[in-house]
Design a protein around this ligand. Sequence first.
Ligand code: GDP
Length: 367
Amino acid sequence: MDHPENSAEYAGLQVNAGVAQPSIVNPYLSKIRKKRHKLYTSGEYVEGILKGDVSILSQAVTLIESVLPEHQALAQEVIEKCLPYSGNSVRIGISGVPGAGKSTSIDVFGVHLLENYGGKLAVLAIDPSSEKTKGSILGDKTRMEKLSVHPKSFIRPSPTAGSLGGVARKTRETIILCEAAGYNNIFVETVGVGQSETACHSMVDYFLLIQLAGTGDELQGIKRGIMEIADGIVINKADGENVEKAKLAASHFRNALHLFPMPDSGVLPEVRCYSGFYELGIDEVLKMIFDYIAKVKDNGYFQYRRNEQSKYWMYESINEHLKNDFYYNNKIKEMLKSTELDVLGGKMTSFVAAKRLLDSYYEEMRK
Ligand code: GDP
């Protein structure tokens, strides 16, 4: 049918008849899907990863992120086989509130690192909010324009499924695969709010905190104890009129850091100003990080921290498995809703309800 605007009475622009609407389903999609979902054997995944094949590495990370039990089992096999080839990297956590300039900075730090220090870089993320938004904010390639097209970089957005603990575990497992694939620098981006920082801290060798001058964040940071886990603090956006404010903020941080006891690393955290956007002071920040790494490798703290982290993750992993096993148990699933109602209706106390559920679970286990 011709468009009404083409009728003689209509004085507006000429509108041509459109083309027929194509089907909303792309007939080639099923073929593409099948190809994409092909599962390799764990040996094939490992071989591809060790060769540095980015496509296979990505697919293996997708397995880690999958909730399907068969994917999970295969992922665990791949991780186990990659373990002997992992560990040989510098893992750097990068945190800051939204708007602090994390993605701008990671883009610039990353390219500078690859161009001046060589090697390969993987950028991963821990973003607990992404579960709610169903789309990741952190580790988004479009926000790291230069790095995302660099041949030596691998960028992966935050896993979306599961609790913070689950998201963090997946990121940690992804680190292992990336290291086996030869990525000797790993950035883990995280938001500067809530517990995700602690989760990030538990898997990196260096935790960098990005702050802004004059937002009052300085004090917040001190209050929330974030400064205690920071191995270095950087004040971003030290450009234009902001330079003096940034310098002032840096001196506040330096003073505040002196009030804390000496960290276990034996190295006092340093403070630097830089501008991610204008690419000022970038090398100084990287030098600060690598100086720290050299010092802690020398005094033994680097290995000590990694050992502590391994221990922590063993317990975390046990906790998560126990919890999942409990909540995915069919009998428990059945009982949960009604028990919850009993508690809400005042028929049972929370403690009795919990004990009853656990007893039923143990009984199920004995069967
Ligand atoms: P994120 O939310 O922490 O990842 O922050 P973004 O990297 O997205 O940056 C937030 C905003 O701050 C963007 O508009 C950036 O252009 C701006 N920005 C980032 N770094 C700088 C900087 O060094 N100087 C200035 N003036 N602006 C910056």
